[in-house]
Design a protein around this ligand. Structure first.
Ligand code: FMN
Length: 369
C-alpha cells in the first residue's frame, strides 16, 4: 500500500503517509490555556502517524474562538507544549503545531477586555458558530459576535504574532509549524472576496487578498526555514456560511503559485465535499494544483483507507490526513495496515472534558493505548 511508503518532508522522513489531522479538543489546563500531561498522553498514543498535526493553537489571545483551546503565546504554554513534543518524540513520532487566529469566528466573552473580534472587514459570520459560555454560563455553540475590521496599521502586528508563535513552537521542540489558512478563520477571511471588503493593500485583487496568509507564512519561514513550514487550506468551501467565493479556483491557484515560490514544505487541502457533501473541489482541481505547486500535497476530509489509497495511486496527493478516525483509533495506521475495523468516536466528548473520549480509546486488540 502506498500509505505505508515513507515520505520525505524537508529534513524529515515520515515513516508512512497517514497524517493525523489537526483536531481541536478543548482540554487545555486552566487558567491560561496551557497544554499539560493529559494532552501529551493523547498525542503520544497517536505517534504511529507519519506526522501528527497539533490541534489548532491560537497565536495570541485575540485569536481564540473556542473555550479551553491551547495557546502559543506565553512561556507557560511553551513549557506545556514541551511535554507534548517530548512525549511524541519518545514514542517515535513527528509533530507540527497548527497556528491559528480565528478572526471573526469568536465571541466577546473570549476576547481580552470583552472587545469585538477582529477580521478583514466588519462583516459578521452569518452562520458560523464559536464555542463559548452562553447566557446561562454554560459552554455551548453560540453565534459569533460582530467583528471590527483590523486597521492597516494593526496588520503587521498580527503577522508578527505568527512569527512569535512560530518561535515558541520551535523552542518547545516541535518539528515544524502549519499555518491554519482553512475553514473560514482569519487568513481565509482575508482570502475571500466575499468577506474581504478592503480597498487598501490587503484587499481587492487576488494578490492583495492572498497577502495576509503569505506574510504569515513568511513570518514562520523566517523562524523555521521553508522546509519545516506547511499550510492548510480549504478551496471552494465557502467561509462559515457565506456564499462560496466565485473566484475560489483562481484565488487558490494564485496562492499555490506563491507557495511554490516560497518553497514551503507542504500544503494540506481540505475537501468538505468528500466529508459532508458540502461545497469543495474535484480531482481535476487537485491535478491543476499539483501542476502549480510541486511540494508535498496532503489531502483531507472524509477519507477512508480505500479512498486515500486511490488518491495516492493516482498521484493526486503525497499523504492523506485523517481526523475523526484518529479520535477513536489511536493505532489507526496499524489498523489500516492490518485491514482491521475502525471504532467510532463519541461526538459528545469531542470538545471539552478530560480523559473520557480523549485518552481512553483502546488499541485494536483491546489493550490500553
Ligand atoms: C473535533 C474536531 C476538531 C477539529 N479541529 C480542527 C482544527 O483544530 N484545525 C483544523 O484545521 N481542522 C479541524 N477539524 C477538521 C479536521 O481536521 C478534518 O478536516 C475533518 O474532521 C474532516 O476529516 P475527517 O473526515 O478525516 O475527520 C476538526 C474536526 C473535528 C471533528
Amino acid at each position: 500500500m502506498r500509505l505505508f511508503e515513507p515520505l520525505r518532508l524537508g529534513p524529515l522522513t515520515l515513516p508512512n503517509r497517514v497524517v493525523m489531522a489537526p483536531l481541536t479538543r478543548c482540554r487545555a489546563k486552566q487558567p491560561g490555556n496551557v497544554p499539560w500531561g493529559l494532552n501529551a498522553t493523547y498525542y503520544a498514543q497517536r505517534a504511529g502517524a507519519g506526522l501528527l498535526v497539533s490541534e489548532a493553537t491560537q497565536v495570541c489571545p485575540e485569536g481564540q474562538g473556542y473555550l479551553w483551546t491551547p495557546g502559543m503565546h506565553s512561556a507557560e504554554q511553551g513549557a506545556g507544549w514541551r511535554l507534548v513534543t517530548d512525549a511524541v518524540h519518545a514514542a517515535g513520532g513527528h509533530i507540527h503545531a497548527q497556528l491559528w487566529h480565528v478572526g471573526r469566528i469568536s465571541h466577546r466573552s473570549l476576547q481580552p477586555g470583552g472587545a469585538a473580534p477582529v477580521s478583514a472587514s466588519d462583516l459578521r459570520a452569518s452562520k458560523g458558530t464559536c464555542f463559548a459560555l452562553d447566557t446561562q454560563g454554560k459552554p455551548a455553540r453560540v453565534e459569533c459576535d460582530q467583528p471590527r475590521a483590523l486597521t492597516e496599521a494593526e496588520i503587521p502586528g498580527v503577522i508578527d504574532q505568527y512569527g512569535k508563535a512560530a518561535q515558541i513552537a520551535k523552542d518547545a521542540g516541535f518539528d515544524g509549524v502549519q499555518v491554519h489558512g482553512a475553514n473560514g478563520y482569519l487568513p481565509d477571511q482575508f482570502m475571500s472576496s466575499v468577506v474581504n471588503r478592503r480597498t487598501d493593500a490587503w484587499g481587492g485583487d487576488l494578490v492583495k487578498r492572498a497577502r495576509f496568509l503569505l506574510e504569515c507564512m513568511r513570518a514562520c519561514v523566517k523562524v523555521w526555514g521553508a522546509d519545516r513550514v506547511g499550510v492548510r487550506l480549504s478551496p471552494g468551501s465557502g467561509n462559515d456560511g457565506d456564499t462560496v467565493d466565485i473566484q475560489w479556483r483562481e484565488q487558490h491557484l494564485e496562492v499555490a503559485r506563491q507557495l511554490q515560490h516560497a518553497g514551503v514544505a507542504y500544503v494540506d487541502l481540505v475537501n468538505y465535499q468528500w466529508a459532508y457533501g458540502r461545497p469543495g473541489f474535484d480531482d481535476a482541481f487537485l491535478r491543476d494544483y499539483r501542476s502549480v505547486y510541486r511540494g508535498a500535497l496532503f489531502a483531507s476530509a472524509g477519507l477512508t483507507r480505500e479512498h486515500a489509497e486511490r488518491l495516492l495511486q493516482d498521484g493526486l496527493c503525497d499523504a492523506c490526513c485523517f481526523g475523526r478516525a484518529f479520535i477513536a483509533n489511536p493505532d489507526l495506521p496499524e489498523r489500516f495496515r492490518q485491514g482491521q475495523a475502525l471504532a467510532k468516536g463519541d461526538e459528545a466528548t469531542y470538545y471539552g472534558g478530560a480523559e473520557k473520549g480523549l485518552t481512553d480509546y483502546p488499541r485494536a486488540d483491546g489493550s490500553p493505548a
